[in-house]
Design a protein around this ligand. Structure first.
Ligand code: NAD
Length: 418
């Protein structure tokens, strides 16, 4: 799969080996901390009536002046009107901030903060995909406590809690409604910045499959593969626990069974939408404790540099990284394969079958795992950003590249068809 390294493109990065050794030590030290981090999970209301029940809960909590935060396209959808009708019935004095775009940047966050402060808000409702939910995670506490959002990326830098936060995911997808993370694009450096904070997890997650019926097949496929990537990277994480293993295996099985159905007949197959919503949420609960890995680190660069939607980027990278993991994580990969019902006589066969199954799923969903958008002159920058992201996050990956050049060659290899 990998191309041999072109001699002119070899970038030795002399500090690579030392940096990797230091990182491994740090990640090992952080492992027990991650296991006990008090990461809250939101209360969950699920089912076809969940939207109305969620608004009733909001009123019960005494919220009267919520700001609804969503993206520029979502406001025009009939499901958005359903939310407004429900809030009107509940006599809420709401205001709508609908400037979010996919992968929102700090300038949008700043506008959202201003909007909330002008409305004298006492709660927030994020409705839409991960972009709206992530933006809300930062807007809410920054507006309430007058915090500069550009200072909050990183580990536990944002410690103040915002107002009551209800998240209504309408993609099944990011699991953001369950995570202690938000991803914001830095428009100046073209990097995705990750905010990890124990205080940004919403109080309430509303999982209503009826809101997802109109999700177009392409977004259904990409966001569903995002959920699969979370479950797989979380399962392969060195920080995995028995609880996250159970959640992840169950999510993977649900996704393999229901994502093709949601893709092909998502406007009618409500059960497939329901199963995908649960799978995505549970994978979110799991990966917020275990973190993710190389797939996300590479996919984030595709989003930041070329605007590739997050789920699609993960889907394109996932099969390649699973191939790379074969020598490092065969028993765990075999376990995943068994759980989703793949045949194989040995762990080696099963692990290979898993890689093939992910390739086949991409084919079924009309996703081509070929990174043809990557420009040769960007590979050095991408490689450096990937390394920075993995070593800063931390991403407790099951396998490492032996050298900077090997990672660079691996990224170049993904630009060539299998
Ligand atoms: P998105 O939020 O960017 O939305 C993509 C598009 O789907 C938008 O145009 C939106 O209007 C549309 N859409 C959403 N719901 C719809 C519906 N029901 N019907 C029709 N159209 C609908 O996409 P996403 O993949 O959900 O979120 C991606 C973002 O989430 C990225 O910024 C990514 O970095 C972030 N993310 C965050 C976490 C986390 O833990 N915080 C995890 C993964 C990804």
């Amino acid at each position: 799969m990998n191309q041999p390294l072109h001699p002119n493109h070899h970038s030795p990065e002399p500090g690579f080996a030392l940096r990797q050794t230091l990182y491994k030590g740090w990640a090992a030290l952080a492992k027990p901390v991650y296991r006990v981090l008090p990461i809250a999970s939101p209360d969950v209301i699920s089912g076809n009536q969940a939207l109305a029940e969620g608004i009733a809960e909001l009123s019960k909590q005494g919220i009267r002046r919520p700001v609804v935060i969503t993206d520029t396209a979502f406001v025009d959808l009939p499901v958005f009107q359903r939310l407004l009708d429900t809030m009107n019935e509940a006599k809420l004095n709401y205001s709508v901030f609908s400037d979010i775009v996919p992968d929102p940047d700090f300038s949008i966050i700043e506008r959202g903060i201003e909007h909330c402060r002008n409305h004298d808000f006492d709660g927030v409702i994020a409705i839409g995909g991960g972009s709206s939910i992530d933006a809300t995670k930062v807007i809410n506490p920054c507006a309430r406590h007058n915090i500069d959002p550009r200072r909050v990326p990183g580990m536990l830098k944002l410690r103040k809690r915002g107002h009551y936060f209800m998240a209504i995911p309408t993609t099944a997808g990011t699991g953001s409604e369950a995570t202690a993370a938000a991803v914001i694009t830095d428009e100046q450096t073209h990097q995705k910045k990750v905010v990890i904070s124990l205080t940004v997890v919403p109080e309430l997650a509303v999982l209503d499959p009826s809101l997802m019926m109109g999700l177009p097949p392409g977004i259904t496929a990409a966001t569903g593969m995002d959920a699969l990537t979370h479950a797989m990277e979380s399962y392969l994480s060195r920080y995995a626990t028995p609880k996250t293993d159970a959640l992840n295996l169950e999510s993977m099985a649900r996704i393999f069974d229901h994502l093709p159905r949601a893709f092909h007949d998502g406007a009618n197959d409500e059960e497939a939408r329901r199963q995908m919503a649960i799978a995505s949420h549970n994978a979110g609960v799991a990966f917020t404790r275990t973190s993710v890995g190389w797939v996300h680190a590479i996919a984030h660069q595709l989003g930041a540099l070329y605007g590739v939607p997050h789920g699609l980027a993960n889907a394109m990278v996932l099969p390649h990284v699973l191939g790379f993991y074969l020598p490092f994580a065969q028993p765990r990969m075999a376990q995943m394969a068994r759980h989703i019902g793949l045949p194989g006589a040995s762990d080696a066969d099963l692990a290979l079958a898993l890689v093939d199954a992910v390739h086949n799923l991409c084919n079924q969903l009309q996703i081509q795992p070929l990174l043809s958008m990557v420009k040769e002159e960007d590979i050095g920058r991408i490689t450096r950003n990937v390394i920075d992201e993995v070593y800063r996050s931390p991403y407790p990956v099951p396998g490492y590249f032996r050298s900077y050049g090997e990672l660079e060659a691996f990224i170049r290899g993904m630009m060539v068809a299998r």
